[in-house]
Design a protein around this ligand. Structure first.
Ligand code: NAD
Ligand code: DAU
Length: 341
């Protein structure tokens, strides 16, 4: 099995590459990544010489690079995206261009490469369902919840979802879609709430909590997400959507208190700041379909242990996030790759 993974230099992608190399000795994986601000090849420095791994610097919006890479693939896992909601509020253009148009360019290239019958996994998000009220904790997103995205980020991901579904209906393409809740774990870009708060505290800075802190997210360890994607790639039914979640809902205030407690800080380190525009109130995933049909369930997300080990990873790896926060990681490609070609 030769997988072409898009976006493999990011948070989830780099963890996925390592999972595949570790758990599937007969698989090869090619990482196609444009190395935007969140793409960091240092995430993969420990496996970059593995002969089953190849890196290609390329953009999912570039048909030429796709036509060169895809014909040799048995499957595509499409993760490349602009991923941060706050950035999409500041400038939605790159989100529509990569997340929606990029998905269309990739789907067409996959057909040209003879991939119509072969597996295409689209890594979507629970944010395509929009926001749930806090008042009805029994309601969760199922795969038949109507799509109702509310941020430019989630709207642009929904564009990708709809195209993938359209290619199944129109061309019979062998597609599957995953919609996962919030991930946490090593190598997450420190603009996202957990690594931002942990690294701020290590630096002696306060943590900026949006609004009243009552917004709820359903937290899943990245290893569980990656295992679920692999399960869907191998066993999912064409044309189907699979929700992925940790059954682990926490308000941002609860999350913040847990981080403060683990790190030995008090309430005074919380700085309440202006709310995110259009801030979705609650996400909660019903993941019974993937459990009942494909046998997947989370095994590494239990709190507090999974949060503690994640905090510890950032405490133990200051060189990683300091280089990311200072922008130095962006020269890694030049040093390690361009010099070899
Ligand atoms: P990330 O921002 O850490 O990584 C994104 C990667 O995509 C980077 O390596 C970047 O260089 C690459 N990329 C961006 N634009 C590209 C383009 N035009 N061509 C090629 N590569 C490009 O994001 P992440 O958190 O790892 O998320 C990965 C995927 O998972 C995204 O599709 C996101 O929507 C989805 N997702 C994320 C979460 C989460 O909690 N982080 C949850 C559910 C779904
Ligand atoms: O649900 C899946 C989604 O989770 C993914 O599709 C996205 O790619 C990913 O970024 C994530 O989106 P969120 O917006 O939920 O994640 P973020 O880490 O940005 O914020 C989590 C919560 O914390 C959210 O309610 C906003 C709040 N927050 C965030 C930041 C960055 C704060 O209170 N302060 C902050 O500084």
């Amino acid at each position: 099995m030769h997988i072409v993974l898009t976006g493999g230099a990011g948070f989830i992608g780099s963890n996925f590459v390592k999972l595949v190399l570790r758990d599937r000795p007969d698989y090869r994986i090619t990482n196609l990544d444009a190395l935007t601000y969140s793409g960091n090849l240092e995430n993969l420095s420990d496996i970059e010489h593995d002969e089953r791994y190849t890196f290609v610097k390329g953009d999912v919006r570039d048909p030429k690079v796709l036509d060169a890479v895809l014909p040799d693939a048995d499957a595509v896992v499409h993760m490349a995206a602009e991923s941060h909601v706050d950035r999409s509020i500041m400038d939605s253009g790159p989100f529509v261009d990569t997340n929606t148009r990029g998905t269309q360019v990739l789907l067409d290239a996959w057909r040209r490469a003879g991939g119509n019958e072969k597996r295409f996994v689209y890594v979507s998000t629970d944010e395509v369902y929009g926001s749930l009220p806090l008042e009805n904790p029994e309601i969760k997103f199922t795969e038949s919840t109507p799509l109702d995205p509310s941020s430019p980020y989630s709207a642009s991901k929904t564009g990708g979802d709809l195209l993938v579904n359209a290619y199944f209906h129109t061309f019979g393409m062998n597609v599957v879609t995953t919609r996962c809740s919030n991930n946490f774990g090593p190598y997450q870009f420190p603009e996202k709430v957990i690594p931002l708060f942990v690294t701020n505290l290590i630096e002696g800075k306060k943590v900026p909590l949006y609004g009243d802190g009552k917004n709820v997210r359903d937290w899943l360890h990245v290893d569980d997400h990656c295992e679920a994607i692999l399960t869907v790639l191998e066993k999912g039914t064409a044309g189907q959507v699979y929700n992925i979640g940790g059954n682990n809902e926490r308000s941002n205030l609860e999350l913040t208190h847990s981080i403060l407690e683990i790190m030995g800080f008090g309430e005074e380190m919380i700085q309440y700041v202006e709310d995110r525009l259009g801030h979705d109130r609650r996400y909660a995933i019903d993941a019974s379909k993937i459990k009942n049909e494909l046998g997947w369930g989370p095994s590494r997300s239990a709190w507090p242990a999974a949060l503690e080990s994640t905090v510890k990873w950032y405490v133990d790896n200051p060189q990683w996030w300091q280089r990311v926060k200072s922008g130095e990681y962006q020269s890694y490609y030049e040093k390690q790759y361009r010099s070899r070609t």
